[in-house]
Design a protein around this ligand. Structure first.
Ligand SMILES: Cc1cc2nc3c(=O)[nH]c(=O)nc-3n(C[C@H](O)[C@H](O)[C@H](O)COP(=O)(O)OP(=O)(O)OC[C@H]3O[C@@H](n4cnc5c(N)ncnc54)[C@H](O)[C@@H]3O)c2cc1C
Length: 503
């Protein structure tokens, strides 16, 4: 019988950070991952010998002294990361309709204001109010600031602010509004839903500092896996947990698809909370709790085209592009068949092989799960192309060509640079991550009912905890902080925060 102190279901960033923290605290840890590769959305893949990220294109907060840098330092991986600082004067470039300008979101708050003042010279008051409110909101989240004590009232005051209304209150200049919201794919901006705190916590981390992972974000998962193993833990791939078995009101073992049983005192699930409940058949999970977790709305899903460039055809740049059609900044995920895509983002991965020319480009846009419903009974267990059939391949090509046509309008000559491309759909994400609908960031937050979408790391079962993007916040930073929250709940004390601060 295999017995651990803690078994963690899923090796996304949340699961791996929990694993590392608990292992550092002396727990014998086992992470069970269903896939061949660890990392969840941190996974990379290669086509024509070029590396692509599946779900992490840039990361914030990694400069000396900043939150993620300090946490990664404590976890013991910071000094081994291969990072490239993005363009300080414009890590994200916002492109709008036929307007030929590139509006720059810059690193450092003063620089952020100065760069945008070049395009909006009369908007200094709005820009300064935006920056100070962002910083004010972020200061109210204790763990984000590596603080243990924080008044709940402080935070609760800002949970009900709507992003759209707040941005509109700053300025009547619609172009500036669109620029400040131009990268809202980072949190799937929805007009009458997205709370401003979500916008603030995500965008602030990039304004503080923005970084690309050289040769892929999977390095984070690999480094954390190595740390867990060095600390005496196990990370076991190809192990899909199908059941969490309960005896005397506690989970006693996790059972995999192959029937292997992993016993432990504590269990942490990095899977979507509703998927976690599917693993438990017990009256202890009341119907109301099940219903609440299964009825939450997930953020939209995506369609990505991964382009391999011909050698030395496309110059490498240290920034991303976010394009939207004029007036559509809030509607990008609410497209129709006729007007898709209403916007897209472009991410250009850095490689150690080719600093001057880009080897690849990933083009991101939204896609609803319903579009791939005809193939929802298929799974990517062998090869997506084989399993899902020719009609799926034709669908992907049809959509990719429409998207490439749209991008070509803004980047003339792009098609001449393309050596080959592949595409991923909501089904790709559904199967690699193990959720229901390929949702980008899991449960969507709503300013109108903020507490409804707050999912506690503690569950109705005393030794089962949750972690990952559905708890707290998504993204590398958000999930890392979620993992700290989970570990504090498990350890029953918050002194890990002091340890992080002390380096
Ligand atoms: C297209 C896209 C682009 C993104 N871009 C960025 C970006 O640029 N920057 C950024 O910071 N964030 C980005 N994100 C968000 C970020 O990648 C995620 O929020 C984060 O990685 C989610 O981590 P997680 O801990 O929730 O675990 P997940 O990544 O959701 O992983 C969960 C893991 O659990 C495993 N699992 C599930 N069920 C089981 C089971 N039953 N048994 C065993 N294992 C199981 C899965 O296989 C998976 O490995 C992006 C996401 C997407 C989809």
């Amino acid at each position: 019988m295999k017995k651990y102190d803690a078994v963690i279901v899923g090796s996304g960033i949340g699961g791996l950070v929990c694993g590392t923290v608990l292992a550092k605290e002396g727990y014998r840890v086992c992470v069970l991952e269903k896939n061949k590769q660890v990392g969840g959305s941190l996974q990379t893949f290669s086509r024509d010998k070029v590396i692509f990220d599946s779900g992490v294109h840039y990361v914030g907060g990694l400069d000396e002294g900043q939150n993620l840098n300090r946490i990664f330092n404590y976890l013991g991986i910071m000094d081994q990361m291969k990072l490239q600082r993005m363009d300080e004067d414009g890590f994200d470039r916002i492109l709008i309709g036929d307007d030929p300008k590139e509006y720059k979101q810059a690193q450092g708050y003063e620089n952020f204001v100065q760069q945008l003042l070049k395009d909006f010279p009369d908007e200094e008051t709005a820009l300064r109010s935006y920056c100070s409110r962002m910083q004010d909101v972020c200061r109210r989240f204790p763990l984000y600031n590596l603080r243990t004590k924080g008044l709940y009232e402080e935070k609760v005051e800002v949970l009900g602010i709507n992003t759209k209304s707040f941005i509109e209150s700053l300025t009547s200049n619609q172009k500036l509004q669109a620029v400040l919201l131009g990268n809202n794919a980072l949190y799937v901006g929805v007009p009458d839903e997205t709370p401003f705190y979500v916008h603030a916590l995500v965008i602030n981390s990039y304004i503080e500092s923005a970084w690309k992972c050289i040769d892929g974000g999977s390095q984070i998962a690999k480094l954390l896996t190595r740390r867990i193993r060095d600390l005496g833990g196990d990370v076991i791939r190809h192990s899909e947990v199908k059941k969490l078995h309960i005896e005397n009101d506690r989970i006693v073992y996790a059972e995999t698809r192959e029937g292997e049983r992993y016993h432990a005192d504590i269990f942490v699930s990095n899977a979507h909370p509703a998927k976690t409940l599917e693993m438990i058949q017990s009256e202890m999970i009341r119907k109301a709790y099940r219903k609440r977790l299964t009825s939450l709305t997930n953020t939209a899903s995506s369609f990505l085209v991964h382009v391999v460039f011909k050698k030395k055809s496309f110059r490498y740049v240290k920034h991303n592009y976010y394009y939207h059609k004029e007036g559509e900044v809030w509607n990008m995920s609410d497209y129709t068949e006729d007007n898709w895509p209403l916007g897209y983002a472009i991410f250009i991965p850095p490689t150690s092989r080719s600093p001057e020319y880009a080897e690849a480009m990933t083009i991101f846009t939204y896609m609803r799960y319903s579009e791939v419903a005809p193939w929802q009974h298929t799974f990517n267990t062998v090869s997506a192309e084989e399993d899902r059939g020719e009609t799926y391949t034709a669908f992907k090509k049809y959509k990719a060509e429409i998207l490439l046509d749209e991008v070509e309008k803004r980047f003339p000559g792009l098609r001449d640079c393309i050596h080959s491309y592949t595409a991923s759909t909501p089904l790709t994400y559904r199967d690699y991550i193990g959720n229901y609908d390929g949702s980008l960031y899991g449960v969507a937050k709503d300013y109108k009912d903020p507490l409804k979408t707050f999912i506690s790391p503690k569950t109705k079962i005393g030794n089962l905890y949750l972690t990952g993007q559905n708890i707290n916040l998504h993204g590398v930073l958000g999930c890392t902080i979620s993992a700290l929250l989970t570990c504090i709940a498990i350890l029953g004390k918050d002194d890990i925060i002091e340890k992080i601060k002390n380096g």
